[in-house]
Design a protein around this ligand. Structure first.
Ligand SMILES: *[C@@H]1O[C@H](CO)[C@@H](O)[C@H](O)[C@H]1NC(C)=O
Length: 312
């Protein structure tokens, strides 16, 4: 037993994102500004929704929860990526690698369920407007958010329990710039064929199924709006297109990273960056710049800031 433990690896080596100094510098600026944008934008949404009573509707409460998850999702990878850009040997301890995988999947799972909840909210508002207030009450919101967390944790744990028990005895080069199940499993010194299937099914097929379900739902909602009037259609299309954009940008990378059987390093990088950096910054952009309620809330907030300055 001791012999086995001696050869167990205690750290992994991650892949670098860029070789040349110019590219490192460019990526540093890119990640840095996006991450600052993610933090400020999402905290702004959470803060406005909590403080502004005009925004205490299910859609915005769910949106604020989504912002919180986006913050968590990018915080589980981006700071580490920025730090790693300028270190030569990108070493991550076994524990941190496991923690990173676990967090990514908890957050990813919660985000998936929240996107379904937001679609359900729009479905009720547009297809069952008379029952909207009774269906989407505060209790429903709480239930949706709690189930999102429960499902997210189950989703992560159900893969984690297998991976944590795998024997790793080297080599320890992860074929990626962050730790995630598919690439780490490959390093185990045993046959992981069945486990790889568990991960593909649990992360890949579920995101694929959810993606098609959501797209069909949104098409159905749009078709319903169309039966009513053309004025409603353009307004609803505006809101719904924002949701659809987020859904596509979140799920396309998931499907690629977990289902696509021929991993390509450059595409891997691209899609992971979309999920950790682009999607999280997109919510604040879409919802604050294109949304009337949020713009009004921003105006109220700035008036409040100006007034309180004049008073003091
Ligand atoms: C998340 O949703 C819950 C339940 O509806 C709500 O009470 C909470 O305020 C939301 N979180 C944020 C940050 O808005």
């Amino acid at each position: 037993m001791d012999q086995v433990n001696d050869s167990m690896i205690t750290e992994f080596v991650l892949l670098g994102l860029a070789q040349s100094l110019e590219m490192q510098f460019f990526l540093f600026l890119f990640f840095f500004f996006f991450y600052v944008g993610i933090i400020l934008g999402n905290i702004f949404i959470v803060f406005t929704v909590i403080t502004d009573s005009h925004l205490h509707s299910p859609l915005y409460v769910l949106l604020a929860n989504l912002s919180l998850i986006d913050l968590g999702l990018s915080s589980s990878t981006v700071p580490r990526i920025i730090f790693d850009l300028f270190t030569e040997y990108k070493v991550i301890s076994f524990h941190n690698c496991m923690i990173q995988m676990f967090f990514i999947h908890v957050m990813g799972g919660v985000e998936m369920v929240l996107l379904i909840a937001m679609a359900y909210d729009r479905y009720t508002a547009i297809c069952k407007p008379l029952h909207y207030l009774t269906i989407m009450n505060y209790k429903t919101c709480i239930i949706l958010v709690i189930s999102a967390w429960v499902i997210g944790v189950i989703h992560a744990v159900s893969q984690f329990v297998f991976v944590i028990k795998l024997p790793f005895c080297g080599p320890n080069n992860v074929e990626s710039f962050y730790c995630d199940f598919p690439r780490v499993i490959k390093l185990a010194c045993m046959n992981t064929y069945r486990l790889e299937f568990v991960v593909t099914a649990n992360s890949g097929f579920i995101s694929m199924g959810t993606f098609f379900f959501l797209i069909v739902s949104y098409i159905f909602i749009l078709a319903t709006v169309r039966q009513h009037s053309s004025k409603d259609l353009s307004k609803a299309f505006f809101t719904l297109s924002a949701h659809i954009t987020v859904v596509v940008l979140f799920f396309a990378p998931c499907m690629f990273l977990y289902v696509w059987p021929f991993p390509t390093k450059s595409l891997d990088k691209f899609f992971a960056i979309v999920d950790f950096v682009v999607t999280p910054v997109l919510n604040p952009v879409i919802y604050t710049l294109r949304n009337k309620d949020m713009k009004l809330a921003m105006r109220r907030l700035s008036l409040w800031v100006i007034n309180s300055r004049e008073v003091s």
